[in-house]
Each structure stands twice: as C-alpha cells, then as structure tokens.
Design a protein around this ligand. Structure first.
Ligand code: NAD
Ligand code: UD1
Length: 333
C-alpha cells in the first residue's frame, strides 16, 4: 500500500515508517518539523535501505495537503501530526485545539476529496480519564484531564461521525499507552527539546549526567510501592501495531488499545533501567504532579484477538534501547 504519514518524522511516526517500509509498504511523510528533524528520515532510510518521500508541509494547510494527495494514489493515512505536551496544552489551549483538531479535519476532508477511505488515528489512553484499570475499549469515556486529552477525544468523535456518514470508510482509533524506548539500531528514538516531561527521557537524561536527579512525583498512591503505575510499551512494538491495524480490512470504526497489559511503577522502571544498563539513577520523592492518576494500564485482549498483534518486547529492551539512543545523540552535547 502507499501510505501518507503526517507527523512521520516524529518519535512514533519515524518508528512506524520503519515498520511500514519493512512490511513492504510505500511511505510518504508530511511533516512541518515543528518537533522533529528531517535527518530522522535519512536514518529511517539507512535502517530500511528504502526511500521515504518527504513533504515539509503543515497539515492544517488544506491547499498543501491537497497538493500532496493529488500527486500520489494513497491507500491510507496514518495521522501522527499533533502537539502532545500535556502541561503546555493547559497554558495554550487554543494552540492545541487548533493544531490537533484542524489537522484531523483537513486530512479527513482531503481523504474525502481524493477517495482515500482508510484512516488510522493516534489516540491516547488519556481519553479513558479516571476510569478503573485495566482500560477496555468498551468503557464509557470520562473527561480527560487536559486540553490535550480533549483534542484526542474530540478527534475520535469527529472521525466516528465521519464514518457514520461514510460507511465504506475504515477508521482505526489506536489508543496508545506509554510509548518508550528506541529503535535497536540506536539511530532513531525520542528526542524531546529542553527538559523532558515524560519519565523515560528524564531517566536517560539523569543517567547521562545532564540532569542531577529524577523527581518522582508522589509515593503515596494506592499502588504496589506508592508510585504511579503505567503501561510502558516499546515504540517498535507500537509501530508494528500500526502495520497490523493496516492489515485488517474492516469497514467502520475500530478502536484498539496498544499497550502491553502490564503495569509498572515509577520505582520499578527506575530499577529496571539501573539493572539493564548498570548505571545509577539518583532520585528524590517530591509532591504528586497535578492531573496524574494512580494507575493506567490496558486490557490488550481485543488487539491480540482481532489484529493478531501483541507487544513482544519487555522492560529490559525498553531501557536498553532508550539508553543506547541517548548515548548516541545526547551524551556528547
Ligand atoms: P512527536 O512530537 O515526536 O511527533 C509529532 C510529529 O508531528 C512531529 O514530527 C511534528 O513536527 C509533527 N507535526 C505536529 N504538528 C504538525 C502539523 N500541523 N503539520 C505537520 N506536522 C506536524 O510526537 P509522538 O510522540 O511521535 O506522537 C505522535 C502522535 O501520537 C501524536 O498525535 C501524539 O499526541 C500521539 N500520542 C503520543 C503519545 C506519547 O506518549 N508519545 C501517547 C499517546 C498519543
Ligand atoms: C503523560 C500525559 C498523557 C500523555 C503521555 C504521553 C500527563 C498527566 N499525562 O502520561 O496524557 O498521553 O504523557 O505524552 O502529563 N513521573 C515522575 N517524574 C518525572 C516524570 C514522570 O515521577 O519526571 C511519573 C508520573 O507521575 C507518572 C509516570 O512517571 O506516574 C509516567 O509519567 P509520564 O511519562 O509523564 O506519562 P503519563 O503521565 O502517563
């Protein structure tokens, strides 16, 4: 298939490009590079030995998107382009609503115009709000804790309504849990600018000596050791989940959790990282982070049953691969 990948130069998008190319698909990336670099796509080509066609465009720009659509005969779109920093979305809600919703609408509109009927959307576990774990696709959604989360819930709604009006479309809403790690080549990975918000990139930055110590946000949650529990998934497993989703020729809306089904606490992840890499991660316990929930992990039985996909990589792989990428790209700077 020929797949348009908006946001394909980013963390999850670049790993998905690798998985798509390795599965024999053709990949066209549309990215404005607001949170990524074009050389990532060169590294995707190095890993796979295959070419990626790249357009540096903003996918909220309907004219630019239609021009790309007119040049290719796409079989589907996997839409990763968006902003994802939760705290920033609280400070700049309009920026988030505009970019994340308009990109989805412009891309969907262009699909309608160009007869592309397969649309895969990057959603998030945040749409479950404070539901009881494990999160199951059939649960009624509770309000997400941030404007970012609302953009995901609203994009899901827009795409569901679109399918209602166009029953021959296939829309996949993929709800990611906590993607971490990097490609085992060490060539591509997560490269946030500035001080990371998320746990794994913060740990690798502390391990590299770039930040003094990890601050663990709370040890008084009702969890195994009092620290927050999440479902960390290796980004390569997540990428392969997209290929599995594309292989399912179903019409209508399909919703899948992409996680491992296993919860890991902050302290467990820190210790796994220390053991996997033989390096100490100094930490201190500080107050809870506003908006955090105690536990978040997936019921993954639907993806396993219907997509024939299951996350294969464990915590050791996640920690080793994240650290290898950190060493390749950050330790020296
Ligand atoms: P990322 O920031 O690394 O990648 C997003 C890419 O989209 C970047 O390359 C950026 O330059 C591009 N982009 C943003 N707005 C654009 C626009 N208007 N036009 C063109 N390109 C644009 O983020 P990621 O971690 O790879 O996340 C990808 C998607 O998955 C996002 O939609 C995110 O909300 C969603 N998601 C991520 C996580 C996570 O933990 N990383 C969890 C759940 C959902
Ligand atoms: C966060 C977002 C979520 C988003 C996801 C991916 C919030 C509240 N949620 O998920 O909506 O989809 O990122 O971008 O921001 N932690 C520390 N110290 C740190 C960083 C994190 O103790 O320096 C803890 C957190 O309290 C949490 C766990 O580590 O218990 C994971 O945090 P993080 O990596 O930020 O992911 P989420 O909060 O699950």
């Amino acid at each position: 298939m020929v797949i348009l990948v908006p946001g394909g130069a980013g963390f999850i998008g670049s790993h998905t490009c690798v998985a798509l190319l390795e599965a024999g698909h053709e990949v066209v990336v549309a990215d404005n590079l607001c949170n990524s670099k074009a050389e990532v796509l060169d590294r995707v080509a190095t890993i796979t030995g295959k070419k990626v066609t790249f357009y540096q465009i903003d996918v909220t720009d309907a004219e630019a998107v239609n021009a790309v659509m007119a040049k290719h005969s796409f079989n589907g779109v996997i839409h990763f382009a968006g902003f994802k920093a939760v705290a920033e979305s609280v400070e700049k809600p309009l920026l988030y609503y505009y970019n994340n919703l308009v990109s989805t609408m412009v891309l969907a509109q262009a699909c309608l115009k160009h007869g592309v009927k397969r649309f895969v959307f990057s959603s998030s576990a945040t749409v479950y709000g404070a539901n009881k774990v494990p999160f199951v696709e059939t649960m009624a959604l509770l309000p997400p804790a941030s404007p970012y989360g609302h953009t995901k819930a609203m994009s899901e709604r827009i795409l569901m309504d679109l399918v209602e009006a166009n029953p021959d479309w296939s829309v996949m809403l993929l709800r990611y849990f906590n993607p971490v790690g990097a490609h085992p080549s060490g060539l591509i990975g997560e490269a946030p600018t500035g001080i990371p918000n998320n746990l794994m990139p913060y740990i690798t930055r502390v391990a590299a000596g770039k930040l003094a110590r990890l601050r663990i946000f709370g040890n008084d949650y009702p969890t195994v050791d009092g620290t927050g529990v999440r479902d960390y998934i290796h980004v390569v497993d997540l990428a392969e989940g997209h290929v599995a989703a594309l292989n399912k020729p179903a019409k209508g809306v399909q919703i899948y959790n992409l996680g491992t089904g296993r919860g890991t606490s902050v302290l467990q992840l820190v210790h796994a990282f220390e053991e996997a890499n033989g390096i100490k991660v100094p930490y201190e316990i500080v107050a809870r982070r506003p908006g955090d929930i105690a536990e978040c992990y997936a019921d993954v039985s639907k993806a396993e049953r219907e997509l024939g996909w299951k996350a294969k990589r464990g915590l050791v792989d996640m920690c080793r691969d994240a650290w290898r990428f950190e060493k390749n790209y950050y330790v020296k700077d």
